[in-house]
Design a protein. Structure first.
Length: 107
């Protein structure tokens, strides 16, 4: 079941989003250590420019995660054929105690 294309796409997208978010968090640590609003130094200007880049990237990542949520729901609905008694995404998510918590984490 993990080799389905939609599941692989969800796993790969989650991995990429996690790595990019980790990089943004690392940049956040740099900003917390070196930010000086009163300074006009080259470092301060570089931090400000990079801040715009990172916030734009995070905005796109949030939109990407929203699309990923819809893919998750579609995949859960599509996998209902694989579970006995499951007729839709609700049955798929109920087949395992981790189904609904995964949906909540995705939201």
């Amino acid at each position: 079941m993990i080799l389905r294309p939609d599941i692989l796409a969800l796993l790969l997208s989650s991995l990429l989003v996690s790595l990019m978010t980790l990089g943004a968090a690392g940049f956040g640590v740099v900003v917390l250590r070196r930010w000086d609003i009163g300074s006009g130094s080259e470092l301060q200007l570089a931090l400000e420019r990079r801040t715009y880049l990172v916030t734009t990237l995070m905005g796109y990542l949030l939109l990407f995660q929203l699309a990923s949520l819809f893919l998750f729901i579609r995949s859960a609905d599509d996998m209902s054929r694989l579970f006995a008694g499951a007729m839709c995404a609700v049955g798929t998510l109920s087949a395992n105690p981790y189904g609904y918590p995964a949906l909540l984490v995705k939201i």
